[in-house]
Design a protein around this ligand. Structure first.
Ligand SMILES: Nc1ncnc2c1ncn2[C@@H]1O[C@H](COP(=O)(O)OP(=O)(O)OP(=O)(O)O)[C@@H](O)[C@H]1O
Length: 418
């Protein structure tokens, strides 16, 4: 057992814990949603290959979700990100059948939700799932406590038990003292805390968030993101979170699914998306992200040179670069990246500067060409999905993430991870 120098203040990417479990809470396979007349005629036919605008002109149909597959693991925060109209809401709504999928499978704990009858679906929605919406969805004529207790009331929980639970949840989200207030007496951030408390009150297996903070001003929004991180630590729920904001996705997500025109473009951990964007669409999203705040030592380490001393400090491969900068710059020896007793590589000031400096397109970064970069199990974070695989860093390839993701130093939310 190797003791690394990872301290509680160091940021270890949150996905590390979730990744250790194989079981899927949600297993989505080949999911399609086509809106419009006779959508069945589109899936699996040449019509499905048409660009959106042409399909719409010829058939009146819109393919909102196109053959998307992914799994969500227990306690994972899984973020669905993309520009407006990319299909995020439709995809997530298909998971609870708020929108009926056109084709594909949605397995929840192994059960195909598409085969569930009305009664079973109601049961699942009341007991296993909860949603937090952008517009809060609170009942205006009910007090905070009654809003929080609402899901339990629907479920038939007795008054004393539901109020007890509701009080606990109100306290959990930091609203003690506001139990008797009405929604319009609260600020937007506080209203969304009520939304969170209400969702948590029913003790769901999966919490769905549909752009919950996009109506809030930036400071409140940041508070609420931190609140989600804190609540996730405390209650450990599986969360599926829709956002069009990359900083939010990087800050909250264990893994991120990037969508464009209904398709899955890339799926991976925040460092995979920033370190190795698969195409220009994703590259444009991550362009201004300070990479040192997101990439981990695994991304920048290199094999030790034959003459290098290997008695320097140690760190882990999932430690964010920002958190080892001082150690590396102070060390008189290369910092060793160690996992399970195995030396994976070393990091020196040279590698740190390589991340901090603005990369110049086409220029070699100095990394040995035969070095494989992040291990293949990490780059296949798509969990059985071929489309989501990311490219390992290739210093010789100007299109690889290392040379294309900018480092403007602009503050984005990713800097507040943890
Ligand atoms: N009920 C509907 N009928 C027809 N087309 C729809 C319907 N709902 C969504 N669409 C279309 O499906 C596509 C995906 O929409 P969706 O709302 O899922 O995207 P989104 O990424 O969530 O966008 P936004 O961030 O703006 O909410 C869009 O082209 C949209 O116009």
């Amino acid at each position: 057992m190797v003791t690394t120098m990872t301290s509680p203040t160091q940021q270890v990417r949150p996905g590390a814990a979730a990744r250790s479990e194989d079981r899927a809470v949600l297993d989505v396979r080949g999911l399609w949603k086509v809106f419009g007349p006779r959508p069945d005629r589109v899936v699996g036919t040449p019509l499905a290959e048409l660009p959106r605008s042409e399909l719409r002109a010829r058939t009146g149909c819109v393919t909102a979700v196109r053959d998307v597959s992914f799994t969500v693991r227990p306690r994972e925060v899984f973020v669905v990100m993309g520009l407006s109209g990319s299909g995020k809401s439709t995809l997530v709504r298909c998971l609870t059948r708020l929108v009926e999928p056109t084709a594909g499978e949605v397995l929840f704990d192994g059960e195909d939700i598409r085969k569930a009858g009305d009664r079973r679906l109601r049961e699942l929605r009341r007991h296993r799932f909860a949603m937090v919406f952008q517009n809060f969805g609170l009942l205006p004529h009910r007090r905070v406590l009654d809003n929080v207790a609402y899901g339990l009331e629907i479920r038939g929980t007795g008054k004393a038990a539901r109020y007890e639970r509701a009080r606990e949840m109100v306290e959990l989200v930091g609203l003690s003292g506001f139990e008797d207030s009405y929604p319009d007496q609260l600020s937007g951030g506080m209203q969304q805390r009520v939304g969170l408390a209400r969702a948590l009150a029913v003790d769901p297996d999966v919490l769905f968030f549909d752009e919950p903070f996009s109506a809030l001003d930036p400071l409140i929004r940041r508070d609420m993101q931190n609140e989600v991180i804190r609540l996730h630590r405390e209650v450990g729920k599986t969360m599926i979170f829709i956002t069009h904001d990359l900083a939010e996705a990087l800050k909250l997500g264990d893994r991120i699914l990037v969508m464009r025109d209904g398709e899955l473009v890339q799926m991976g951990t925040p460092d995979e998306v920033v370190g190795a964007p698969v195409d220009d669409y994703v590259r444009e999203f991550v362009r201004d992200v300070p990479r040192a705040n997101v990439l981990t030592t695994r991304w920048i380490m290199r094999p030790p040179r034959p003459d290098e001393p290997l008695d320097g400090p140690e760190t882990g491969p999932d430690v964010v670069v920002r958190d080892v900068v001082h150690t590396v710059l102070r060390a008189t020896r290369p910092v060793k990246v160690v996992e399970g007793g195995e030396l994976l590589g070393v990091v020196t000031a040279e590698e740190i500067l390589g991340v901090l400096a603005e990369p110049v397109a086409g220029e070699p970064t100095g990394k040995p060409a035969d070095f494989a970069g992040p291990s293949s199990d990490r780059t296949s974070a798509g969990a059985g999905v071929g489309v989501g695989a990311v490219k390992p860093i290739d210093p010789a390839d100007p299109s690889s993430g290392r040379t294309s993701a900018g480092s403007s130093g602009k503050p984005v939310g990713s800097g507040e991870q943890g």
